[in-house]
Design a binder for this molecule. Sequence first.
Ligand code: AHR
Length: 330
Amino acid sequence: MTALRKTLGIAAASLVLLAATACGGGGSDTASSGGGGNDQITLGFAQVGAESGWRTANTKSIQDSAKDAGINLKFSDAQQKQENQIKAIRSYIQQKVDVIAFSPVVESGWDTVLKEAKDAGIPVVLTDRSVDSQDTSLYVTFLGSDFIAEGKKAGEWTVKNFANASGEVKIAQLEGTTGSAPAIDRAEGFADVIKSDPKLKIVASQTGDFTRAGGKQVTEALLKSNPDITMIYAHNDDMALGAIEAIEAAGKVPGKDITIVSVDAVHDGMQALSDGKINFIVECSPLLGPQLMDVVKKVKAGESVEKRIVTEETTFTPEQAKEALPSRQY
Ligand code: AHR
């Protein structure tokens, strides 16, 4: 499956779409935006939840840009549960929205509901996270980050940082939501790069579900079972921030006694990086709203869109975080 997504990333094939026919109808889950006449596009968006600072920024980006684009947005929050997302998608099908977009909580188990959308003639856009469906005609495009590349960037920094370390470097990994694309791919990309240096060892790996509370809880247990860990690799900033709380409560200094690398670059993560409590952050941009609305408009107009649209991202050291913080949007 990962190979499939990698192939899609490289190929960026184009697909001409049939415009959906029906518009509007039905009650909204939580929000509706934009003014509009008869031609107004209705977009049903099934969000993952509100698990992290990244997700909050992503939701805001989608709601703001729908408003700016004059798109009628029907928005639902799945509270990190796949069954809630499936329910929301079915409700959007029933309401005959023009386009459905969603960030799948996990990669697997979407074929049935995606077929239902296809049979109803409603195009589906994947954003932020992808699915592992073999039949890629079930969705129009996937707009979001390359999570394997993010894991690799974290791995490259780790290899460089510990190049001259004398003993074993004991790494604890705080995984994102089990079965989610970013958790699977960030682990894969990281492992792929650090295997070049045999002294870099992942000694523990557990899920903190992308939440601050999860990161704290896992790290508390980890510091008891592995008190001599050298580094924590967190799949997102929120879990790294939870880890910082646990490390400080255990009387250790985050960023010094234990090196911390994370992914996202949300405001609180960047502040901790700038304060020296996190050592390196790989950016994952949540500002997908404007690009998503462009894609939705093209899809509705029957124009072609690329099958894979990759978000551009960078990395941050503490010095770069200091510089970037004043103008950081999220
Ligand atoms: O899918 C993107 C990931 O989901 C973000 O990195 C994480 O913070 C969020 O919960």
